[in-house]
Design a protein around this ligand. Structure first.
Ligand code: BO1
Ligand code: ZN
Length: 260
């Protein structure tokens, strides 16, 4: 994406965005089936492998060296490794999440993006297959300051402009963002930004993580344009906020619930 186009226009350039397995969705109680598995969902991340944080012009994104990380069990048949994590947020605390629950929006949503290393050799290859990617979604709600997230917000003033990156500099365990003892919802969907590939097994936790209003304010100070006036990208002004895609129809899909 050269610049942030409205989601309604994505399908012109990215035909998959008009498909019938798109994300996000509204997770409605009436549609839930229970997840029948005796495999517990488990994850392991290496705090030292969290590398740098980038202002993409659309969100902040932390790149991870997936070595030694592992996500499996629950609805997953294979082993997945962490590639990156990023957030979506609103201009105010009453919106910002991509998924909604019975129509309710949260202040934001963290996405931990994994790909299937049992079957595929790269993220790019995995993204061409229906079981290639697994994204864990965790809702953000305002409350206590999140100390692990502080390691990211501490860097954001250094990457005010699109395209800038900074080292995290300290070990950061993304597993600490995942709520303990929380059930989750799972369904088959897509990437929520172009190319909107229909390759994602979504796992959306029921329990939100708490972040402070001040931490969200730091997110909202990121700019969606480059520092150089000469930059060819055609975005000149504005802050990164409301970077969530509206929900799309569930269609014939099922949402399965794991009550924990
Ligand atoms: S999301 O988690 O559904 N919001 C999402 C949306 C888009 C991507 C990932 C997650 N995009 C892909 C890019 C790839 C890149 C990969 C990992 O992210 O299409 O080019 O390798 O960073
Ligand atoms: Zn996302």
């Amino acid at each position: 994406m050269a610049r942030y186009e409205r989601p309604e226009t994505w399908a012109k350039c990215y035909p998959e965005a008009a498909g019938d397995r798109q994300s996000p969705i509204d997770i409605q109680q009436v549609n839930l089936k229970s997840l029948n598995t005796n495999k517990k969902l488990t994850w392991k991340y290496i705090a030292e492998n969290t590398e740098d944080v980038t202002n993409t012009g659309y969100c902040w994104k932390v790149h991870v060296n997936g070595e030694g990380s592992e996500l499996n069990g629950g609805p997953l048949e294979d082993k997945y490794v962490l590639e990156q994590f990023h957030c979506h947020w609103g201009e105010s605390n009453d919106q910002g999440s991509e998924h909604t629950v019975n129509g309710q929006k949260f202040a934001g949503e963290l996405h931990l993006v994994h790909w299937n290393t049992t079957r595929y050799h790269s993220f790019g290859e995995a993204a061409k297959h229906p079981d290639g990617v697994c994204v864990i979604g965790v809702f953000l709600k305002t409350g206590k300051r999140n100390l692990e997230l502080d390691k990211i917000t501490a860097q954001l003033p250094k990457i005010e402009f699109k395209g800038q990156s900074a080292k995290i500099g300290v070990p950061l365990n993304p597993g600490l963002f995942i709520p303990n003892e929380s059930g989750y919802y799972t369904y088959q969907g897509s990437l929520t930004t172009p190319p909107c590939s229909e390759c994602v097994i979504w796992i959306v936790f029921k329990e939100p993580m708490e972040v402070s209003h001040e931490q969200l304010t730091v997110f909202r100070n990121l700019k969606c344009y480059c520092k150089e006036d000469s930059c060819p990208c055609d975005e000149f002004q504005g802050f990164v906020k409301n970077n969530f895609r509206p929900t799309l129809p569930l269609g014939k899909r099922e949402i399965r619930e794991c009550r924990q």
